[in-house]
Design a protein around this ligand. Sequence first.
Ligand code: HT7
Ligand code: ZN
Length: 874
Amino acid sequence: PSAVKLSEYRVPDFLIDHVEMDVVLDGPATRVSARMSLRRNLQGRPDAPLILDGDDLRLSGPLEIDGRALPLSDYSVAAQSLVIPAPPEGPFELHLVTALDPAANTKLMGLYRSSGTYCTQCEAEGFRRITYFLDRPDVLATYRVRIEADRAEAPILLSNGNPESAGSIEGTDRHFAVWHDPFPKPSYLFALVGGDLAQLKDSFRTMSGRDVELGIYVEHGKQDRAGYAMDALKRSMRWDEEKFGREYDLDVFNIVAVSDFNMGAMENKGLNVFNDKYVLASSDTATDADYSGIEAVIAHEYFHNWTGNRITCRDWFQLCLKEGLTVFRDQEFTADMRSRPVERISDVRGLRAVQFMEDAGPFAHPVRPESYREINNFYTATVYEKGAEVIRMLKTLIGAESFRKGMDLYFERHDGQAATIEQFIACFSEASGRNLDQFRLWYSQAGTPTVRAKTSWDEAGGTFTLELEQAVPPTPGQDTKKPMVIPLAYRLFGENGTPLSVENSSGDGELIVLSDAHSRIDWKGLPKRPVLSLNRGFSAAINLQTDLPEADRLFLARHDDDAFNRWQVLQTATTEVLIKSVHALRSTEPMPDDAPQIEAFAAALAHTALDPALLAQLLTLPSEADLAREIGRDVDPDAIYNARLRLKQSLLAALEDDLRARYEATSVPAPYVPDAAGAGRRALRTVLLDLLTARRDERSAHIAYAQFVSADNQTDRIGALAVLSQIESRLREDALDAFASRFAGDGLVLDKWFALQASIPEAGTLERVQRLMQHPDFSLSNPNRVRSLIGGFASGNPTQFTRPDGQGFAFLADNVVQLDRMNPQVAARLLGAFRTWRALEPVRRAEAEKALRKIAESGSLSADVNDLVSRALT
Ligand code: HT7
Ligand code: ZN
């Protein structure tokens, strides 16, 4: 398909104000009748034909306009559209019926069946797989939906909005329900569910005293695993009232969990549909990470009710308007519910591991892209996570008060509209009185800016100087870049760690706003050279290169009152040592001295008052992906793996007693509670276990095995199994077998088991993964299974995926081609593993290229896969 361009946006020529749908769920004979109230858009082209979008549709019966059948000569139906060249001039009602077979819909877009339940997914362009429509986000309509189905097969019938009526169909085993959504919405927010599901009920009283009925629908027998999701939902509803003044607006709010789902969840108005992974949890089946994932995704989808649904996007280029903003909101929610510094560290870890990688490779694109061939490929870390960072920087720049005023103005001014980034930013410009034109470059320039910071000290004049230099690297289609607005939060420390309150020459409190390519800041009248803590809390999403002397780093590691930067200095120092080790392992250079790392880790371990969650972060080495990104070119994943293992072994050799003592102290015989305190303690336990078993010998296997067998919750069990799976040992196989028999048939739990095995850094792993694809609980048609096993191998096993013989790449290529025939979205997502292929050393790079070319040449690819492969190769 040809590219869609932001610069070519045109308002719709027609509008649809209201839709009456009648959906008869009847297996392969399912029918959808749609009556649309249409009118010409006075802002559109006066003589334009009516062109409705369609995808893989079959019309059933004639088209009717205002109750009269339209002659066949008055319209045409093509693969992707239905065209009426000369529709009536005034408002009219168009009626059409489509015939669907939901069970045959393997793309999981439009109306499909998941374990027998009828459900829909319409974002971004799935509604056109249900009926012909103006399937674009700037066409907003109200909907009334009647659903009819066999009562035994589908006792639960749900759609958007409020329930209006329900009843039996006389003389049959069938029944119906009618739903009405009074809020105009784009078609991508349409949803419908029909199935035999169990319901967890609750209610919520809103800030203005209205009672909202809450329902979470899951497979029968799983309702006792939905309690945490319900609790997270109620906390999200309260938080949005308290922090953003946003109240829920319908009488009901329903969530349905399904097991076959392309992404995490979907924010359909009043009827969120979720991947069951983000709803179902019990201490025996879910880890702390699963619980916090549920909390975050429930909150995220709920927050979309205002940022996405009440105010939606004018077009798909504005995707970050809803996604970046909503990720920012869910991150803030998690920070308030759990630990703010720990949340920030883990968000930044994620950002660097995925988004910074994306920004540095062939898939780099601006937060607001300017063209796309397949919109599904733009649900990326750049749009979501960098999009959230841009909002965070905006808030830092204008201050919390102006930010809140800007949000209030945005809600007031654009409620009920399909908006743009320009309109959004204008609200903050007005609220703060600041010109944000240059700030908008964050939306249009791809690439992660690098900021170089150089400090100097003039003893005689008592002046401390900081020189800053920024540059944004070239990215596909953007060779030259302009300087960005970069908000750098900072603090100066004097002796003993006391913060200094001295104005800098740019006068902005403890914030430097860098907007030129170069700039210089002076602090005058200081008695002694201060220590600078820069980019506190990761205030700007940049690569910061500083010239901090070793003494300053040690000082900050001890005294910085910003926990994020305390973590950052240690990460930076550890990264440097590891990179030196990587070079040494690949050459005849001597191995670096890791004594400073040992000293820093010892100091952290000795700090008994430290939050265990924070200590876990401090003791976690930079990941293999982090190191690959920092190295940037000629990457050898084996050397990276060995450098990390070597450092863990040095730490163990030097600190074994301390590590063991801390490890033993994390074992508390209290019942499992999925709260932040417990999660922090358990995270620390697994990090310590990983270090304690770094020798990877039989004794190490026994230590991990002991935790595995004694665990009374899934976090400790999986933590132990993850560590044990890295050790070649009979105990590993015993533990894996025990886990598989205990959780046989429970796909969600086995996903962890698949992913762990896929990540084993051994030569036999590829064969293991191929074997596991034959496992009775694996299925290529279930996206969660594919992501854990195939995705776990491609994205979670750097040494084996990039095997120098190319077998890892070839395996992924074959599976992408096969999967593409079934589910292009899931197939294309797997290709994310190729985002860094050009940075590999030459042998692996050549093999990666061979695999990509093989996919490209395999013929009849979907638009999704075709787009990514061709971008990967250019
Ligand atoms: N807005 C949603 C994104 C989405 C999606 C979800 C499920 C399946 C296909 C999808 N395509 C796009 C989810 C969100 O970001 O909140
Ligand atoms: Zn979202």
